[in-house]
Design a binder for this molecule. Sequence first.
Ligand code: NI
Length: 135
Amino acid sequence: MEVTVSRKAHFNAAHRLYNKKWSETKNNQVFGKCNNSNYHGHNYELIVSVKGKIDSNTGYVIDMGYLKLLIKNEIEERLDHKNLNLDIPYFSEVIPSAENICIYIYDILRNKIDKNLSLSIKLYETPRNFVEYSG
Ligand code: NI
């Protein structure tokens, strides 16, 4: 019997959607306001879900205290109040779209969570726009 447990988190970050290989005109055509050269910010809402069997010794799928700390130390500390394009080396080569941020977060957390547990990341860029990645 498998159960999914989830933890919500939050960070604020700035970004700009811009493809280095394209002209300014093409970037403006494709990304519009998202290509503002002075960047713009989002209040990102993150939902980290872990699915697996309940450990009969604890009654837990995963210790929520551990998950909370993991998200705080590995994601919030890294991304909160950052300019994703300028402050996070990964996004100097990868466009920091919600899709790519979601994969970035997944890859970091995947390495820190028991391989017997499934991981799924949901990232809200706005209250209405969100992306999901499960590997
Ligand atoms: Ni944006």
